[in-house]
Ligand binder design. Structure first.
Ligand code: NAD
Length: 335
């Protein structure tokens, strides 16, 4: 079976081909790698590929799915957990098999979230540059002690829970909001309503999926509920935050810091080297001007262990499609 891999980076190729050879050699999957994302313009390139393998910023809306279906694609293998970029209704209507990788080292994402918090808090990125230039002055590097701070975890699924466990180790007081409570979180902290979490937390960290109900959950109103000077952290999906409202809150000195691994308009920026380009995204450029903003390019998942898991589960999902066995990771389709 031919699999068209969109947004394919050298590491995707290495892990998919390596896993294929090591564990699925009998099946003889053949990969066609495209470095650019899947879109209406690039979808015809999947002609002759029964499966398409896509990532977080690939476009899988109704017109793209229809184009893929017309040219013979029958399976969509997402090498990520979130499927907010897939028009599930259309996929179902077309009878497409869509499967995802629901969990690939949630600890990897949680650990990176803590790295974001501590980098922004203790300003290690600034001291790295200063020391390289022979500047050992500490002025401007002042942080706060995590021990005793209140952290609000929005979403206590796999990643939120892993983050809560680490933060508990730091000695933080933990609050959480999730419409589906899990008893395990209550070993580390207390569930409260979202408003109470926003009002009491020194750090608010987002770990819920992007859906209609959660889009722009951080907006002018919810930002106003937050403690003045609190830090907002997002390693989940950019659309959870109204970036314009966050910029206004930073300018007003209401929000004390912003650490994000995801950005609402990231699909036209992330995963490519744009260092020689003139960037047009004025919102992103405004964010870059704040000394208390830290942005990384959707890399929280990026560990050896997570990429191994992603490649293995993606190919196991392909196996389910081929053999018509029931697939635990299906989000649309019959298996
Ligand atoms: P999960 O499904 O295990 O947990 C999500 C949790 O959010 C669930 O407990 C759910 O009940 C909760 N939730 C749903 N609606 C909510 C709401 N309105 N308010 C608060 N909580 C709500 O998912 P996960 O594996 O923990 O992943 C969380 C998110 O992290 C994913 O949706 C994905 O977007 C993102 N993610 C990012 C990266 C990265 O590299 N930055 C990697 C993997 C996942």
């Amino acid at each position: 079976m031919k699999i068209a891999v969109f947004s394919s980076q050298p590491y995707d190729k290495r892990f998919l081909e390596g896993t294929n050879q090591a564990k699925f050699s009998e099946r003889k999957y053949e990969f066609v790698h495209f470095v650019f994302p899947l879109s209406q313009k690039t979808a015809p390139l999947a002609q002759g590929c029964e499966a398409v393998c896509a990532f977080v910023n690939d476009q899988l809306d109704a017109p793209v799915l229809e184009t893929l279906h017309k040219s013979g694609t029958r399976a969509i293998l997402l090498r990520c957990a979130g499927f907010n970029n897939v028009d599930i209704e259309t996929a179902k209507k077309l009878g497409l098999f869509v499967a995802r990788v629901p969990a690939y080292s949630p600890e990897a994402v949680a650990e990176f979230t803590i790295a974001l918090i501590q980098t922004l808090n203790r300003k290690t990125h600034r001291s790295f540059n200063r020391v390289r230039e022979g500047n050992f002055n500490l002025d401007g590097l002042l942080g706060f002690t995590m021990h005793g701070k209140t952290v609000g975890v929005v979403g206590t699924g796999k990643i939120g829970l892993a983050a809560a466990k680490i933060l508990h180790g730091f000695g933080c007081r933990l609050l959480a909001y999730d419409p589906f409570k899990i008893p395990e979180f209550e070993k580390y902290g207390e569930y409260v309503e979202l408003d109470a979490l926003l009002e009491q937390s020194d750090i608010v960290t987002l770990h819920c999926p992007l859906m209609d109900a959660t889009r722009h959950m951080i907006n002018e109103t919810t930002l106003n509920r937050m403690k003045t000077g609190a830090m907002l952290v997002n390693s989940s999906r950019g659309g959870l935050i109204d970036t314009g409202a966050v910029i206004a809150a930073l300018k007003a000195r209401k929000l004390g810091g912003l650490a994000i691994d995801v950005y609402e308009q990231e699909s036209s920026l992330f995963y490519q080297d744009r260092s020689s380009e003139i960037l047009d995204d004025e919102v992103f450029l405004r964010l870059m001007t704040f000394p208390n903003v830290l942005v990384s390019g959707h890399q929280a998942f990026f560990t050896e262990e997570a990429l191994t898991e992603i490649a293995e589960v993606t190919l196991r999902n392909a196996e389910c499609y081929v053999t018509k066995e029931s697939c635990p990771n299906v989000v649309a389709g019959t298996q």
